[in-house]
Every structure is written in C-alpha cells, then in structure tokens.
Design a protein around this ligand. Sequence first.
Ligand SMILES: [Zn+2]
Ligand SMILES: [Zn+2]
Ligand SMILES: [Zn+2]
Length: 120
Amino acid sequence: MSDPSSLRGFPCYSSEKQYSSQIMLNLEIQYMMRCPRCTAFLKPPIYSCTKGHNYCNICFENNSTNCYHCSSKKAPFRCTLMERIYSELRFPCKYYSKGCSRVLRGVLLPLHEYECSYKN
Ligand SMILES: [Zn+2]
Ligand SMILES: [Zn+2]
Ligand SMILES: [Zn+2]
C-alpha cells in the first residue's frame, strides 16, 4: 500500500480497508435514503411532512401533499441536510434497469441521466 493515489481513483482513501468501509457506509445510507412508499431514492428537492416523515416528491404530489404515514401536511421547507447527504453519496443511474451501470455522486447524477445513452 505504498501509493494511495492508485486506489481506484479515490486519493483521499489511505487504505483498501478504509475504502471498503466507506463503501459499506454508503450502502447503508443509500438504504435509508429510499422513499418508504415507492422505494425510489429520495433526491432533491427532498421534503418531509410536518412530523418529519420523508417521502419522495412524486409520492407527496400524488397524495395531495399529505403524508401517507400520518396524513400531516408536507412541510413548507426542504430537508437541506438530506439533500447535502444525497449530493455526496453515490447512486446508480435511474436507467440501471435498462442496462446503465454508472454509479455517480448525487450532485453529478442529473447531468448524466440527462445525457444517458440508455434513456430511450
Ligand atoms: Zn415515493
Ligand atoms: Zn408524516
Ligand atoms: Zn445512465
């Protein structure tokens, strides 16, 4: 382990072990970042109800902006911490079921999905 910069393009990871524990953490947080109703990844803009339950925007829109869990109204503010976590984590391209294997940081995903060759 003499050349940390050779570690799969992640120069900030100092060892292979640290790299794999980061991957596991990423997977665990990814799991928490799913909408409990439709299982899509929560992505910005991320909202919760006034009691703090998170659903994706599509589910909020489909349910007249009320929470499925407790029927509270959608809170008028965005979950900026969740959005920051999203932008730093890696997520699969939304066309993965069509064959795209790209996994990118949330902040880079919209651009890729816009240009993804599996889009159509
Ligand atoms: Zn949803
Ligand atoms: Zn709720
Ligand atoms: Zn793609």
